[in-house]
Write a protein that binds this ligand. Structure first.
Ligand SMILES: [Cu+2]
Length: 68
């Protein structure tokens, strides 16, 4: 299991937080996603055998946010 912290730009409310969380949790291999609105970041735990950081970034971007 690996953990990564992504800088997520563009979140403005808890709805955004829910959207980013759902997008991350939908990636195969992701076991936990803690999204922090104030810190503008997402701490993600994932199985390296199934998910890559690139997949996580793409999922956040597909949800409409930028990863810095
Ligand atoms: Cu929002």
């Amino acid at each position: 299991m690996d953990e990564i912290v992504l800088k997520v730009e563009g979140m403005s409310c808890q709805g955004c937080v829910k959207g980013v969380t759902a997008a991350l949790m939908a990636v195969p291999g992701v076991t936990d996603a803690q999204v922090d609105l104030a810190a503008a970041q997402a701490r993600v735990r994932f199985d390296q055998a199934q998910a890559t950081p690139e997949m996580l970034i793409q999922a956040v971007e597909a949800a409409g946010f930028d990863v810095g």
